[in-house]
Design a binder for this molecule. Structure first.
Ligand code: SF4
Ligand code: SF4
Length: 136
């Protein structure tokens, strides 16, 4: 069993395909939807975590791609040197995923790795260069 994250981008004409149903039923894949921005008739995106046998996940991704959905693997993560952070808050302004937020009580930076979509925008935003990409 492996666990992998993917970003799916839907074109406006991808329709209402029940692809999540097929991933579960036909490929025995467990799906965790981490973020969703899908609007009927418009383009949209989904951040998914897929868990299952490696070969099943590969077949499931092929199935998704055969329906004009762009499926990009997230095989990298953000590494954060939290101990050097001065809590200036710069990085929170660019983190649309909400992974970087300021604690309203202490005004310390919180980093929620589970919400990170590895957009890399925080890397240039931090004046102390505390973020970098780790490849898995
Ligand atoms: S990579 Fe993007 S989503 Fe992740 S913490 Fe940085 S700005 Fe936020
Ligand atoms: S920009 Fe850098 S120093 Fe400032 S809060 Fe974010 S991680 Fe900390």
């Amino acid at each position: 069993m492996i666990k992998k994250r993917y970003i799916l981008n839907f074109p406006p004409d991808s329709g209402d395909k029940a692809f999540t149903y097929h991933l579960v039923k036909d490929y025995d894949i467990r799906i965790n939807i981490l973020k969703a921005e899908v609007f009927p008739g418009k383009s949209g995106s989904l951040l998914l975590e897929l868990q299952g046998k490696k070969e099943n996940i590969e077949k499931g991704v092929e199935y998704i791609q055969s329906h004009k959905i762009v499926c990009e693997s997230l095989d990298k993560r953000i590494h954060f040197q939290s101990e050097k952070c001065i809590d200036c808050g710069n990085c929170t302004a660019v983190c649309f995923a909400g992974a970087l937020t300021m604690d309203k009580q202490s005004w310390n930076l919180n980093f929620n790795k589970e919400k990170c979509v590895v957009c890399e925008l925080c890397i240039p935003a931090c004046p102390l260069k505390l973020f970098r990409i780790d490849f898995q």
